[in-house]
Write a protein that binds this ligand. Structure first.
Ligand SMILES: *Cc1c(COP(=O)(O)O)cnc(C)c1O
Ligand code: SF4
Length: 364
């Protein structure tokens, strides 16, 4: 019990207060396995393992997320998403560095164009958290952004885009040119990495540029920041998302109901209140959300916060993430069970991504 108290105290320090600037919270993110294990009362041996396992994708977890993890539980479903595990080093056939064939996709620098009517801009190469199952964990963002074909396994940390952003010209100019040139594009998706790693002033500039393109109708943001660092939902963010003629859509990434505490609920509520369409996508993950009660609870909680479950993704077969895979047949069973429990609108579409497909493939 006294441990709980210590943790509460260290986690409610200034950088983590609901009023702290998100950049401060971001800068305080944990990158050291020993510190993570100390804060969460986990055996020191887990830190040693994590240190070895994180060679190509370092540990990174913001403190607000950490505060939702029950101390002393190595099996905690939130912990499993962020703590590097020994299995990440195991080579498993069919789990590759670029499972979606995106590195060589012939679309141009800083953008992905796979589906009709939509263009995805790789707005930022960095994230506020390193999800161990991420299909972009081997993604050579810096070279993609520069439009070079050289592969490199550069891990990108929180210091990436945000600090240098004001000095560099718009790296997304080629994407904007493509949108202008193609009247069939009605929606731009800001993705990454995490687009909300950039500051609001820069994102506002991008939104205004996009709003000048007459055939563009919607602006969508794919982000994990509102759940990881709810302080990121600033008035300025809402202002640029709402401030153009484009219809704003924000897609969160929340995998487990315990990720949603009061501060996250409040942040999501402000987005919805502002008139932004707010959705959620989750990834089906072994030992994280592979039970129907957990998925149902996640969907209920989201709907009650006026956030609609959009996609449940089958894990992309990325090297280092094989231990997270839930077989397709089991996923189908889970989604059928969900349909028996929830209103239709609360059940996400269970999908996978196949290289070269015209859309995400509906599994059930
Ligand atoms: C997932 C994805 C989209 C969005 O697909 P929706 O089905 O509209 O959510 C767009 N572009 C790319 C490259 C994607 O991977
Ligand atoms: S936030 Fe998204 S892109 Fe970033 S590591 Fe997590 S899953 Fe990957």
């Amino acid at each position: 019990m006294c441990y709980d108290f210590t943790i509460m105290e260290s986690l409610t320090d200034k950088p983590d207060s609901p009023r702290a600037p998100w950049q401060v919270v971001l800068a305080e993110a944990i990158g050291e396995p020993a510190e993570l294990c100390r804060l969460l009362e986990l055996p020191a041996a887990m830190a040693v393992t994590a240190r070895k396992a994180m060679a190509d994708f370092p540990l990174l977890v913001p403190r607000p997320y950490l505060s939702r993890i029950q101390p002393g539980d190595p099996e905690n479903p939130l912990l499993l998403q962020v703590l590097p595990q020994e299995q990440e080093q195991t080579l498993v056939p069919q789990f590759t560095a670029d499972p979606l064939g995106e590195v060589d996709a012939p679309c141009g620098p800083g953008l992905l164009r796979k589906y009709h009517g939509r263009l995805l801009i790789l707005t930022s190469g960095s994230c506020c958290v390193h999800c161990r199952f991420c299909f972009r964990r081997h993604f050579p963002y810096p070279t993609m952004a520069a439009g070079k074909g050289v592969r490199s396994n550069l891990p990108v940390g929180p210091e990436g885009a945000s600090h240098k952003s004001d000095l560099t010209p718009f790296p997304w100019e080629p994407a904007i040119r493509q949108v202008i040139a193609d009247p069939s594009i009605h929606e731009v998706i800001l993705s990454g990495g995490d687009p909300l790693m950039l500051d609001d002033r820069r994102l506002a500039q991008l939104a205004w540029r996009l709003a000048e393109i007459p055939h563009l109708v919607r602006l969508r943001v794919h982000t994990r920041l509102p759940v990881m660092i709810p302080q990121r939902v600033t008035d300025e963010l809402i202002a640029w998302l709402r401030g153009t003629r484009l219809t704003p859509i924000l897609v969160n990434h929340i995998n487990h109901p315990a990720e949603i505490d009061d501060s996250v609920a409040e942040a999501l509520g402000r987005l919805v209140d502002a008139g932004i369409v707010v959705l959620n996508q989750a990834v089906l993950l072994r030992n994280v959300n592979d039970r129907v009660e957990v998925l149902a609870e996640l969907c209920r909680r989201l709907v009650d916060l006026r956030v609609l479950p959009y996609y449940l993704h089958q894990l992309d077969r990325v090297a280092g993430a094989a231990h997270f895979e839930v077989p397709h047949a089991e996923g189908l069973r889970l989604v059928r069970q969900l349909r028996g429990l929830l209103p239709g609108y609360a059940v996400p579409r269970y999908v996978c991504e196949t290289p070269g497909g015209a859309s995400k493939e509906l599994l059930g």
